[in-house]
Design a protein around this ligand. Sequence first.
Ligand SMILES: Cc1ncc(COP(=O)(O)O)c(C=O)c1O
Length: 443
Amino acid sequence: MSSFKGGPSLPQERKIVTEIPGPRSRELQERRKKAVAPGVGSTLPVYTVAAGGGVIVDVDGNSLIDFGSGIAVTNVGNAHPEVVRRVQEQVAAFTHTCFMVTPYEAYVSVCEKLNELTPGDHEKRTILVNSGAEAVENAVKIARYATRRPAVVVFDHGYHGRTLLTMTLTAKNMPYKEGFGPYAPEVYRMPMAYPFRSELDGPATAAQAIDLITTQIGAHNTAAILVEPILGEGGFIEPSPGFLPALDRFAKENGIVFIADEIQTGFGRTGQLFASEHEGIVPDLITTAKGIAGGLPLAAVTGRADLMDSVHGGGLGGTYGGNPIACQAALAVFEALEAEKVVERARRIGEIMLPRLRAMAERFPQIGDVRGRGAMTAIELVVPGTRTPDPGAAAALARACHERGLLVLTAGTYGNVLRFLPPLVIPEPLLLEGLDLLEEAFR
Ligand SMILES: Cc1ncc(COP(=O)(O)O)c(C=O)c1O
């Protein structure tokens, strides 16, 4: 085992001592090939021994700048001291009882806090589960149960997970759906107001979707409209203004449950606690995961008490849902969010990153679009002078960043988006160095 200690006490510096990936990582990668199914990929196969603040340290002693946060998970930083403390105390007290067998306080406390923090001051209830996909599955179950209607409306470029239902809800075929069908029934996909690629504005695209729902499904058959308020895997698409409010209004007028999937956008990432708040949306149900528990597997559905209370006893749950260790981690995250003004830090990250990215777009014609909110920003790469997606450029840039010790992720329906998700507690000098490295990668 390594002698590295993680968390924010790790030296907050980029240090490259081998090629990336280094020899020890390459050795582990060879071992992995014989043990792990290749269907599970890794963006950058450097094997981690410690992480914290804005860095990830690998088995070869390299310290990389983290612009990924384990895909928007470690918002308060990796191995946050309060997460570590609470987890250690909990693990020594008891590791599991199953909330459905004998309950415990931490589960209730997490639900209370989610009811309080999520948009809207109406009465709410929450259930806890293990993963984002499971949260989305449960939100759909609840919406169907409460409305007694079958249809679920989703959108182009949306991503909701990899289980049978959530992969059906997801738009992109490769790699998420290819060969895994047949898919679940009663899922209908509508156009998304994608500012960089749509001809129509937000209200006009919403009107088109509403017309399709009305004529092809029937509002009275529609249980839920499910949407990410800013699309994550689809390429950090912020729907054109007016799109979400129009759909929300239509849902409320027609007894359709409006579900905001805030699994990637949640917990301060976009400079508000929830991205729905940017357009004043109060979802009927909201799904959360990722940033909720500092890296421990926890997810939730929170929503209107009348909907949540409609389901019969025993209809929801699971063996590990709301595991006590994960709940303690979430309670630590909630404290850290407030105490360390993490949401404001996300806003500040956006204020630093967006002007720098826009300045790069002036100089590098491969950047077709710069977008984002707070610490959820992206550039979309195109063939210069056109809107033709250039996934090759995105892959080459990601590689060049990785070689320089900057971890970035790609995204987008066309694989041509570089997305940036630094931990919200990243020290400013590291953030600036990361931007310098990105610019160097372009050159
Ligand atoms: C918006 C959104 N929904 C659902 C999911 C699925 O979450 P999980 O991978 O925890 O199942 C993700 C994961 O990236 C996501 O970004």
